[in-house]
Design a protein around this ligand. Structure first.
Ligand SMILES: CC(=O)[C@@H](O)[C@H](O)COP(=O)(O)O
Ligand SMILES: NCC(=O)COP(=O)(O)O
Length: 245
């Protein structure tokens, strides 16, 4: 499933302190194109998606029962209080510090076992599917199962970099894809779902999915940039053709 991350539409809106572009207007267009997932990452500084956006999107999606809402973030008290109110289909936990430019690493699950076990138990009690942002390290998958997550989200930035450099270094891409495939296979063997995201784009997505058949990809940054080039309807059509929905 394709889940469109709308962070960067909100970033453009926030640049002028007005409501243009209107975020919900574009989400309606995205859903009209046939997309069945919306992802946001409301960061503490509200640089793009605000808390209010999260509630507004949740309200909008009550009119789209077949669309999944995925909220990403670090499980702070404020973040978890919002998740408890919104109860999205999925919550993706990301080990980001408040001031990080973007997400750039997965969980050290064993090191964060106490926090993750508590938070994942609370998500399960809420009936919210949980996903842990994870580097492609097969050795970390058993710890994910032990702390009670439903899914992993493969952090795909290193794949995207290897793919971009594959002409010069095809071996790096092959080795990289092996790590992702091994992590995927191990997760599935333990009954975990597998999502993926970060720096995926129209150029690299098909290669990734050929090697890693995942349940969901969440894509935002490149999708918005590609939409500046080709228009959002065409871009969404191309992504859906690759993901099959
Ligand atoms: C977790 C992840 O890799 C992305 O979903 C994240 O949402 C990117 O955040 P920014 O859009 O703030 O870079
Ligand atoms: N979890 C990845 C996501 O939601 C979007 O990442 P990106 O496509 O903006 O890099």
């Amino acid at each position: 499933m394709l889940s469109v991350n709308v962070n960067k539409i909100a970033l453009i809106r926030n640049a002028r302190g007005t409501d243009y572009p209107n975020l919900l207007h574009f989400i309606r267009h995205i859903l009209a194109a046939g997309v069945k997932g919306i992802t946001v990452h409301p960061r503490p500084d509200e640089r793009h998606i605000t808390r209010q956006d999260t509630y507004d999107i949740a309200e909008l999606l009550t009119s789209y029962p077949d669309v999944e809402f995925n909220i990403e973030g670090f499980p702070s008290d404020a973040f978890m209080a919002m998740i408890a109110e919104v109860k999205p289909a999925q919550c993706t936990l990301v080990p980001d510090e408040p001031g990080q430019l973007t997400s750039d690493h997965g969980w050290d699950v064993e090191q964060q076992q106490a926090l993750l076990s508590d938070v994942l138990g609370r998500l399960a009690a809420m009936g919210v599917r949980s996903s842990l942002f994870l580097d492609p390290l097969p050795s970390r998958v058993e710890a994910v199962k032990a702390v009670g997550a439903d899914r992993i989200e493969l952090y795909t930035e290193s794949f995207a970099r290897a793919c971009a450099g594959s002409a010069e270094n095809p071996q790096l891409l092959s080795a990289c894809l092996r790590d992702y495939r091994e992590t995927t296979d191990k997760a599935r063997a333990l009954g975990l779902g597998v999502n993926a995201g970060h720096d995926l784009n129209l150029e690299n997505l098909a290669t990734f999915l050929e090697h890693c058949p995942v349940d969901e990809v969440s894509i935002g940054h490149a999708l918005v940039v590609e939409s500046l080039e080709m228009g959002m309807p065409e871009v969404l059509k191309r992504y859906l053709a690759i993901t099959g929905g």
